[in-house]
Write a protein that binds this ligand. Structure first.
Ligand SMILES: Nc1ncnc2c1ncn2[C@@H]1O[C@H](COP(=O)(O)OP(=O)(O)OP(=O)(O)O)[C@@H](O)[C@H]1O
Ligand SMILES: [Mg+2]
Length: 353
């Protein structure tokens, strides 16, 4: 019975469409199935031999020799191939690594992103032209009947909507195309908040919404400048769009210790969101109230872009909200100086030159 089961197991391992490698704690390869041999450049009979003598891939050797219980998942680039490695500990039996060839999958994703980026770029040009001519018809003193003027207004509004939709799609595909994390620098938050607030001032004034800015002028974060302008801009835009008449938008930031982080908040007194909606707001095209969102010109891509940028910077974002009371969007960012939050009496000596 046991023999039959072992044969079945051996057959399953042999025929698995995933590469399977098991390396014991002394560094000897115990199992290398057919698929693994096909995926990896290695000698013909590697089983029973030391991994370091048979597998010329330093990173895979490192993964196979990890002795703790950690699971590892990462992409390994071998020539033109991309292998996804998933590795777990098998206790006294050593380590198991499962290998999957994801090259075609990644290539297909690249093509899809490239296609979306190209289409968005191509469609933005005619949309801009339609919006421009509609604007001209409305504002160049051309005589139009009331009915025609209303129609042109609809054309203008929708062309602008298309334009911002294509811009958002282009931004999303650009962010997703970047495989490495974004370069960061030390940045003052205050001018970024002011710049983004100024962009929304006209929209806010129209509805009697006031801004309250509580960001220390000397507070710096370690972040990507373009990403920060995009993130803060989107959060402030939403805080104005989904606010109530004569509402308030508070933008505040402070340095927190243990661990040292900068907390940046955008708080509004607007329509708020129900818990079931909160879970979904970072999804692409998700809008709580499609009618309202359309009126204020939303496409539902803003927060999905924010989330991707936040992830790319290894920062975090949280939301708290109550229907009809308002929302708080909180960003947790790295401070510029990691020792800035260490209290004086901590015993860490700091010297200034
Ligand atoms: N501060 C807020 N208060 C209440 N609802 C919000 C707030 N911010 C976002 N939402 C809700 O989350 C949805 C998604 O926001 P998101 O910024 O992604 O899209 P949008 O504002 O509709 O369009 P876009 O930002 O692409 O122009 C919004 O449609 C709105 O329903
Ligand atoms: Mg938005």
């Amino acid at each position: 019975m046991l023999d039959a089961q072992s044969t079945l197991l051996a057959e399953l391992i042999k025929r698995s469409p995933m590469g399977i490698v098991v390396c014991d704690p002394s560094g000897v390869l115990r199992i290398v199935n057919d698929k693994a041999r096909q995926l990896l450049p290695m000698v013909p009979q590697p089983e029973g031999r030391l991994a370091k003598d048979t597998l010329p891939i330093p990173r895979l050797l490192e993964v196979l020799s990890v002795v703790d219980d950690s699971s590892i998942e990462e992409d390994l680039y071998i020539g033109s191939k991309i292998l996804k490695i998933r590795s777990v500990s098998m206790g006294e039996h050593g380590r198991l690594a499962i290998l999957e060839d994801v090259s075609t999958l990644y290539k297909a994703e690249d093509h899809r992103r490239e296609f979306v980026a190209n289409v968005s770029h191509e469609l933005r040009t005619p949309a801009t032209s339609i919006a421009g001519y509609a604007d001209l018809l409305l504002n160049a003193g051309i005589e139009l009947s009331t009915e025609a003027r209303d129609m042109v207004r609809v054309i203008h509004r929708n062309a602008l909507r298309l334009n911002s939709l294509f811009s958002d799609l282009l931004t999303l595909s650009k962010i997703e195309a970047q495989s490495v994390n974004m370069p960061k620098e030390d940045l003052e938050l205050y001018p970024i908040a002011v710049e983004c607030m100024d962009k929304q001032r006209q929209r806010a004034e129209k509805r009697g919404i006031l801004f309250q800015l509580m960001v220390p002028k000397d507070l710096k974060v370690h972040a990507n400048r373009d990403a920060m302008i995009h993130i803060v801009g989107n959060l402030i835009e939403n805080a104005v769009k989904y606010n109530r008449e004569d509402g308030l938008v508070t933008i505040r930031a402070e340095l927190r210790s243990a661990p040292p982080k900068v907390l940046f908040e955008v708080i509004d007194l607007g329509v708020g969101m129900a818990p079931s909606h909160l879970e979904r707001i970072f999804e692409r095209f998700f809008r709580v109230d499609k009618g309202r969102s359309r009126n204020v010109g939303g496409t539902g891509l803003g927060l999905s872009i924010v989330k991707r940028l936040v992830d790319r910077m290894d920062a975090q974002i949280e939301v708290r909200s109550r229907v009809d009371r308002g929302s708080i969007f909180r960003l947790w960012l790295d401070p510029a100086d990691p020792f800035a939050a260490v209290p004086e009496e901590s015993g860490i000596e700091t010297k200034k030159w």
